[in-house]
Design a protein around this ligand. Sequence first.
Ligand code: UT7
Length: 321
Amino acid sequence: MARIIGTGSYLPKRVMTNKEMEEYVDTTDEWIVARTGIRERHLSDGQENTGDLGYIAALAALENAGVKAEEVDYILVATTTPHSLVPNTSSYIQDKLGASNASCLDLNAACTGFIYGLEVAEGLLKSDHINHILVIGSEVLSKITDFTDRSTCVLFGDGAGAAVLAKGNGIRGIISGADGTKGACLHTRDFPVNNLIEKGSTAPQLIHMDGKEVYKFAVNILPEALKAAVLRGKGDLEELDHIVPHQANIRIIEAASKRLSISMDKFYVNIQNTGNTSSASIAIALDELNRSGKLENGHQLALVGFGGGLTYGAVYLEWNI
Ligand code: UT7
């Protein structure tokens, strides 16, 4: 029994338009808009790191929830681009918030990370001693983006989103899963396994993606995961008021709308301004929807994600803030 009681998000101030992207790779604004729906993305100024973005989003979520930092029992940070490997990003955020009573755990399920975070939080809230959990999705993808590869660099952006969870009625059904056999479709180069043998490597760990394979996986799994979560929660697809999908490509969202026979009006879309922010994407979109005034208590929502792993997951919930 868990519910979301507040949300927050943060996008770095620096905006990179498609036109500016044309200076770096052989691409055009027209190609990017037509193939992805993206017009611009926000990028870190090079000073703001993953924990800094996540901290601002978390602060906004705590304020929205009316919860003090000392009341947080657990901080879960979903990220593929941690602030540092050690300490973890959640400990960094704990320090900045002054959330001294919180346990701190990072998790990585790529673009499905926020959904996995909600699933873990829902399980933790069954414990008597845990009452408030901050689930944060935060990414500085620009640190692993190859700005010489036009097939990937136009897609990604930086940002963070957060939600505060408490005990109560809200989340009705969650599903998650992964197909590890497709891991190579979206990966970063491995770190040296043994620095003594490989004498270390200074090469950056950049993203490589087989866009077509991930696309095929996404158009199938998005509707399937969403249907499975609603079924698990004994709900009805037709009664959904809002769907908050991972923002990877507008064409993937449009294909899901068609396949599910659910109008595009019900899908929250902000990809035009954010690009793909991986673990942060669903959390940012949910916060924007929450602050838009279009979300009312009693509304039925589905959040759905997919990405590297390849992972997927969906949450069906009633809004009860
Ligand atoms: O969040 C993680 C999940 N990730 C995803 O969901 C991504 C899923 N995949 C996609 O969204 C799409 O596959 C992409 C947007 C990555 C690519 O779109 P596409 O329609 O599959 O394009 P494509 O890869 O088939 O490329 C078509 C053409 C190629 O040229 P040729 O071979 O036809 O001459 C590419 O070289 O477009 C070319 N191309 C570009 N042209 C201009 C690829 N990237 C660009 C670019 N600008 N940025």
